[in-house]
Unconditional design. Structure first.
Length: 266
């Protein structure tokens, strides 16, 4: 790509993105410039990843071609106001602040600035993130491809309309918490039947991991895959019937809808 990538914010998500970029050789560590208001976080990424650190948000924007704002939603307007005069037409501003729309981001930058909104999720910390990107009209197709490469470097990424970003937040953003609850519940059931807690968590987590890979790699409908496991009169269909009786699918759907609706109010 041969571009300098800047970061305002060196927390866990910012660090995960930097790590993916370096491992995928999208940019060298020296071509990543970082600022964080919290010096220990800045020192940590410099020591662990070898990135270049700076003394201010403005310096990041001055030096970088693509600037990733890895800050909390309540700080995004303040950061954009601080760096506004440094944003030129050739720079791309990328926000990973949940709930902050392209319209709100554009209100704090120069007219015709290139703005991208991204919603990554916490599995990015282990290189298995799912990210959604929404770009304003000033971002070119070539630049969009470059951004996809960045966010594919630590998982998978897709471009979606800005109107879908709240749904993305409710699904892949909040979804890991729902999956962790499912893993815990699977393990609790096994513990109730005599398995040790450590073994139950391992069996449950690996089962979820493997099942997800089957969905992604085969492209088969989840219902079809469920039917393949559910032999007539067998153990699995008995468990499926129990889940249906307890409105399992409705509960999960309601959780995604509730998280999506909450995102719209942020």
């Amino acid at each position: 790509m041969s571009k300098t990538i800047g970061f305002v914010g060196a927390g866990n998500m910012g660090k995960a993105i930097m790590n993916g970029i370096i491992k995928a050789e999208i940019a060298s560590a020296q071509d990543i410039v970082v600022y964080d208001v919290y010096p220990p976080s800045l020192d940590a990424v410099q020591t662990e990843l070898g990135v270049t650190t700076t003394s201010s948000e403005k310096e990041v924007v001055q030096k970088a071609d693509i600037i990733i704002l890895a800050v909390k939603p309540n700080h995004i307007a303040e950061v954009l106001t601080t760096v506004k005069d440094e944003i030129t037409a050739d720079k791309i501003i990328v926000s990973i602040a949940a709930g902050v729309t392209l319209e709100r981001l554009s209100a704090n930058v120069p007219e015709k600035a290139k703005i991208v909104r991204v919603m990554p999720n916490t599995p990015a910390l282990v290189g298995e993130g799912m990210s959604a990107l929404s770009c304003n009209s000033f971002v070119t197709k070539v630049e969009q491809a470059e951004l996809l490469a960045i966010f594919n470097s630590f998982g998978e990424a897709e471009v979606v309309g800005d109107y879908l970003m709240d749904v993305v937040t409710g699904l892949s953003g909040s979804g890991p918490a729902f999956v962790y609850m499912f893993i815990e519940a699977l393990a609790d059931g096994a513990v109730a039947e005599g398995m040790s807690r450590a073994s139950a968590y391992k069996f449950a987590a690996q089962t979820v991991l493997g099942s997800a890979k089957v969905v992604l790699e085969t492209g088969k409908h989840p219902g079809e895959l469920k039917d393949m496991v559910s032999s007539p009169g067998g153990t699995t269909i008995a468990g499926v019937k129990s889940l249906e009786n307890d409105r399992f699918r409705a509960a999960v759907m309601n959780a995604v809808v509730a998280a999506t609706e909450k995102s719209r109010t942020l």
